[in-house]
Design a protein around this ligand. Structure first.
Ligand SMILES: [Zn+2]
Length: 322
């Protein structure tokens, strides 16, 4: 274990501590690193806000609406629950017996306007610079009956990528307006992700470079990351890795090798606070080994080549504070 003088400079840049049934004051007391806590749907934005309020030196809040819950969002207000889901889902509900089964499990949709208003007020209430997350696109997700049930029963319905893009683009427009940092989920859709970045660059011109984007638990190929980070239109593309998600991938080491050294971050992507530190230390070890960086055994300001120094500097750059 590293000394606390080093641990306090480690940032878990993407995790979901409010998904655990409860967070004990004990585990928060024991936490020696900082974590960026994601929100994902309309029920957990306030949980993240109050956790950050209670532990301002350890929790950095991120507010955003995840693609896995984007079917809860209606692009226009006033649409009935039944019409909303019937018009949205693929395959069309008429052709699938699942729909009537699933329907009672679905909440009343909330409007995209309400989502954006909620984000604005959470960003305004937060003392740190705005972080939008977790947001993104997912080409393989299927709607579950109950996300929190275990085992999770999955329906045959997908959320069309166009809908996910509309929800994401509205949130990214807000990120550009506020100069925010973004924690982005992008699964099995590198082309759609790049298309969206290109469109946003055309739409926002120079203002697009105000936004910094972390492709979290990056599942893109090393080639895709290389192209993206070499592209002058998108100067602020960071990438973070976790053992939770990336640990299973044969690509992990080549991804780390390929990523620009000043655009690399680490995360646990854990849904509880307790394993966050050990998960971060594990991925830190892999990053340090692949990049040939030393892990500091005590903290000296001038030791700027150390792995923890570098990753902390990357985090500050991601926040726009470098
Ligand atoms: Zn996540």
């Amino acid at each position: 274990m590293l000394p606390s003088s080093v641990l306090k400079h480690i940032i878990d840049c993407h995790c979901h501590p409010t998904e655990a049934a409860s967070i004990s004051p004990d585990s928060m007391q024991q936490l020696q690193i900082s974590v960026c806590a994601m929100s994902t749907h309309n029920k957990d934005q306030s949980l993240v806000r109050s956790l950050a309020h209670d532990y301002p030196h350890k929790i950095i809040p991120a507010f955003g609406y995840h693609p896995w819950f984007s079917h809860f969002i209606a692009l226009r207000s006033g649409i009935s629950k039944r019409n909303h889901y019937q018009q949205l889902f693929q395959p069309t509900p008429e052709s699938s017996p699942d729909f009537e089964d699933l329907f009672p499990h679905l909440p009343e949709p909330i409007s995209l306007d309400d989502v954006l208003q909620d984000l604005r007020s959470n960003f305004a209430s937060s003392s740190s610079p705005p972080i939008l997350g977790e947001v993104g696109l997912d080409a393989i997700f299927r709607v579950p009956y109950d996300y929190h049930a275990s085992p999770r029963r999955i329906s045959s319905f997908a959320i069309p990528l166009e809908h996910q893009i509309a929800v994401l683009e509205a949130q990214l427009d807000l990120a550009v307006e506020l100069g925010a940092s973004v924690s982005l989920h992008s699964v099995k859709c590198p082309a759609a992700t790049l298309d969206l970045f290109n469109r946003l660059k055309r739409k926002h011109q120079d203002r697009w470079s105000r936004v910094r984007i972390d492709i979290h638990s990056c599942s893109m190929s090393p080639d895709s990351i290389k192209q993206l980070q070499a592209c002058k239109s998108h100067p602020n593309i960071f990438m973070s890795v976790s053992t939770t998600i990336n640990g299973r991938s044969r690509n992990l080491r080549s991804l780390i090798t390929t990523c620009l050294p000043d655009k690399l971050l680490i995360e646990s992507d854990y849904n509880a606070i307790e394993p966050s530190t050990s998960q971060c230390l594990e991925i830190l070890g892999i990053v340090a080994e692949v990049k040939g960086w030393q892990i500091e055994t005590d903290w000296k300001e001038e030791d700027t080549d150390g792995a923890v120094h570098r990753l902390e500097a990357n985090w500050k750059a991601f926040l726009g504070r470098a």
